[in-house]
Write a protein of this length. Structure first.
Length: 284
């Protein structure tokens, strides 16, 4: 199971006990002082962000950036007033599609700067531990049908839940031999005139390596090696922070209307990275 810390650690303690050995943990009482925990109601977000046009990922099935019909399909990125998005999340407006604010190029600071003062631009003890500021700070808000398919990132990730719950399924980098990768033609969802979605290939783009397996319902006939993998599952509740180490595989679900903010710190390309690359090459 994922261990819990009842307080944020010192920078030295965090680096020594968690970053260096590449181990996840859930940290409690690390963001209790954030105004966002009390302030970020739907009414407050409507008032502060309201009519502002933001980027929203729209899919027919809740899977953005995932394998579908033998393609790596990315969502339609729709520009829409934030209040219209909230109407859909609150079910004031019905839609057959799934909507998720999940743009990951530091969208909190780029698209929602009005909200930064309710959280923090970085996590001071993490910045001190790593000797750097985060590359990106991301804002997440979506429907319960929105699912993040199994993947890994080259970031040290602090994932902070403001309201609701996030459900993580995790694999350590050492499970790489049991996790299948295949190359896929990249494509995007596009809405047709009748409102249905079509999958449109990105013609000139290189093929994308991605994981075709659903860890919640793995096809062990097709991918028998996955039976040897050892997934860890955890739920991160409002007010809690998950430290998700670099190169850990993760699959994410959420409660409806869950709000989260995460901090991406670039990993060190040190021996851990070389070890992972070796494991990856041997697996192939």
């Amino acid at each position: 199971s994922i261990p819990y810390l009842d307080r944020p650690p010192s920078p030295l303690e965090f680096y020594r006990e968690w970053v260096s050995p590449n181990k996840p943990c859930i940290i409690q009482n690390a963001i209790n002082h954030w105004p966002a925990l009390k302030k970020w109601t739907s009414a407050y977000l409507r008032e502060v962000v309201g009519p502002k046009v933001v980027s929203v990922a729209v899919t027919p099935n809740g899977y953005a950036d995932a394998v579908f019909q033998d393609r790596f399909v990315m969502p339609e990125e729709r520009q829409m007033p934030f209040m219209d998005f909230l109407d859909i999340v609150e079910k004031k407006v019905t839609s057959p599609n799934v909507f998720y604010v999940q743009k990951q190029c530091s969208n909190l600071t780029e698209e929602f700067p009005e909200l930064v003062c309710d959280v923090q631009p970085d996590i001071p003890w993490m910045s001190e531990a790593l000797g750097k500021k985060p590359d990106a700070v991301n804002f997440w808000l979506g429907e319960s049908a929105a699912v993040t398919s199994l993947h890994k990132d080259h970031y040290e990730n602090l994932y902070c839940v403001i309201s609701g719950e996030k459900h993580f399924l995790l694999h350590p980098p050492s499970d790489r031999p049991f996790i299948p990768y295949e190359l896929y033609q990249p494509a995007t969802y596009r809405v047709s005139e009748d409102g249905s979605f079509e999958v449109v290939d990105k013609k000139s783009a290189d093929k994308v390596p991605w994981i075709p397996l659903d860890p919640l319902n793995p096809n062990l006939e097709q991918y028998p090696e996955y039976a040897q993998a050892k997934p860890l599952q955890c739920t991160v509740k409002a007010g809690e922070m998950l430290y998700l180490p670099s190169l850990w595989f993760h699959h994410v679900q959420q409660s409806h209307g869950c709000i989260a903010v995460n901090y991406w710190y670039d990993m060190e390309y040190d021996l851990k990275y070389s070890y992972y690359q070796l494991l990856d090459c041997l697996t192939k």
